[in-house]
Write a protein that binds this ligand. Structure first.
Ligand SMILES: *Cc1c(COP(=O)(O)O)cnc(C)c1O
Length: 477
């Protein structure tokens, strides 16, 4: 249906933007509705003064869209799993570490996958209960593990040394309710973005299953530890082909079957298939969908859904990306070497990956006028720059859109995951405010504060402002 998006979900190759239509063109139904809500929200944000000359940057989150994605995720797995199958969808908190977002998802039946003490604290602050929380990370400290077991949170051990720690802890915390498992790396290969490919031969995550002796070691680890009941794999994120993700899940399933066969019982009762559904950044089309992935999985690994296994998923980007918009004022419009350049306040601090790896992480920019209305006019090839003091601080390079002028607004689309909630403190630029929005049903838009903007006073305080003499006093000469 959306030929223009095929190359982002299949091969993950870099996307050509010359032919894209930045508004709802080419999409229909919920995708078009979402684009329309975004336009309404941008206009309302400007009208209501959420941003203006002194507040030149905000992040906007489409609450309706987030709820829709959560519902699609639930429905996709319900459609393929045997009735009564226990499925825990655990949102990868790293994709949007904002407490009200985690709370919203919790209300939508989505738990939390956490990978640090901070993420666990966010999930707890959002009210996500331990039995709906999963702890994965490659570098858990003894204290983190102990806390997780004391709380009854599921833990996936990354490696043999971590399993040693769990051996000691299960004795120390008797009666711990934590479901425990091991993360395996099926080593099925990588995608187009090396940094996000977690199932390559040498990936740092999990037990590398195809290494010599590794598979047998994993099976023995389970046979020796009746309390290991889960098996975890996560094949990667953006840039991984769906078929490769399915192959990774199939490998984990085969391993669970082997463990259970040799144990002579259903020891592994739950398979955690990770997250990683790629997101289409090239248009407003949602592609691939959860339904497509769930169908592919049920075709590739039918036994996974026949009711013998509980399931855990850990989607992040695909739940949030298309529901976020980074909106900034154009501070100056200039020209250099014949190229128009719109200088905005959105750059490396809020779009770090795009600025440092623009080929892998291109963003669509939508142009709005000074009143927040979609900007009309012929497409002009231009750069959209950020505020940071290095030449590469560009949100978009050579993108064709209506010419941005001083006082206009530029929106970086599909930035709901891994963008404005992932601040990078370059140039001591402040974290922008983040607002959730919902159409109010009367033609307007209501906003709620998700995260306040960081103040300059906070930046000073967090930068040692409370002890300026630290390096002059108290250090023995
Ligand atoms: C990052 C991560 C996820 C989420 O990946 P997305 O691409 O955001 O869906 C899930 N599980 C683990 C273990 C991860 O590291």
């Amino acid at each position: 249906m959306h030929a223009d998006t095929e190359n982002t979900d299949g091969t993950g190759e870099a996307v050509a933007y010359d032919a894209y239509d930045d508004r709802a063109g080419g999409v229909s139904g919920p995708d078009a509705d979402r684009a329309a809500r975004r336009d309404e929200a941008v206009r309302a944000a400007v009208e209501q003064g959420l941003l203006g000359p002194d507040v030149p940057l905000v992040g906007l989150l489409d609450v309706t869209g987030i709820r829709e994605s959560a519902a699609e995720l639930r429905a996709a797995f319900e459609a393929v799993a045997a009735p009564g199958t226990a499925v825990l969808h655990a949102f990868a908190v790293k994709a949007s570490p904002l407490v009200p977002v985690l709370r919203l998802l919790h209300e939508e039946g989505v738990g939390a996958e956490v990978a640090s003490p901070g993420e666990l604290a966010l999930a707890r602050a959002a009210g996500v209960p331990p039995e709906r929380t999963v702890l994965d990370s490659p570098a858990k400290t003894p204290d983190e593990l102990r806390e997780a077991l004391a709380l009854g949170i599921a833990v996936n051990a990354d490696n043999p040394q971590e399993l040693d720690r769990l051996d000691a802890l299960v004795k120390e915390v008797p009666g711990a309710a934590s479901p425990l498992g091991i993360r395996v790396n099926p080593q099925v290969g990588g995608g187009s973005i090396e940094a996000l490919s977690t199932a390559t031969a040498t990936s740092k995550f999990g037990v590398a299953l195809r290494d010599e002796g590794a598979r047998e070691w994993v099976v023995r680890a389970y046979l020796d530890r009746p309390w290991l009941t889960r098996l975890h794999t996560h094949t990667g994120s953006q840039g991984i082909a769906l078929s490769l993700m399915a192959r990774g899940v199939a490998e984990a399933y085969e391993l669970a079957e082997e463990i259970n066969r040799r144990a002579g019982r259903r020891q592994v009762d739950t398979i955690d298939i990770g997250g990683g559904l790629p997101v289409n950044f090239a248009s407003d089309a949602t592609s691939p969908t959860y339904a497509q992935y769930a169908r592919l999985l049920s075709d590739t690994v039918p036994g996974l859904f026949d009711g013998r296994y509980g399931l855990v998923t850990e989607f992040g980007r695909s739940l949030l990306a298309k529901h976020g918009t980074l909106l900034t004022r154009v501070e100056y419009a200039k020209s250099a070497g014949g190229r128009p350049v719109a200088v905005t306040h959105a750059g490396v601090q809020v779009a770090t990956r795009t600025v440092y790896a623009p080929g892998a992480w291109p963003l669509r920019i939508a142009a709005y006028d000074a009143k927040g209305r979609p900007k009309e006019g012929p497409a002009v090839v231009q750069d959209v720059a950020g505020p940071a003091c290095f030449a590469g601080d560009l949100l978009a390079q050579g993108q064709a859109l209506p010419l941005l002028e001083q006082g206009d607004h530029a929106a970086a689309l599909d930035t709901g995951a891994y963008y404005f909630a992932h601040h990078y403190a370059y140039n001591s630029l402040p974290r922008p405010g983040v607002y959730g929005f919902v159409p109010d049903g009367a033609g307007g838009v209501s906003f709620a504060v998700v995260r306040r903007a960081q103040t300059v006073e906070e930046i000073v305080a967090e930068s040692g402002g409370g002890h300026p003499d630290a390096l002059l006093e108290g250090l023995a000469p």
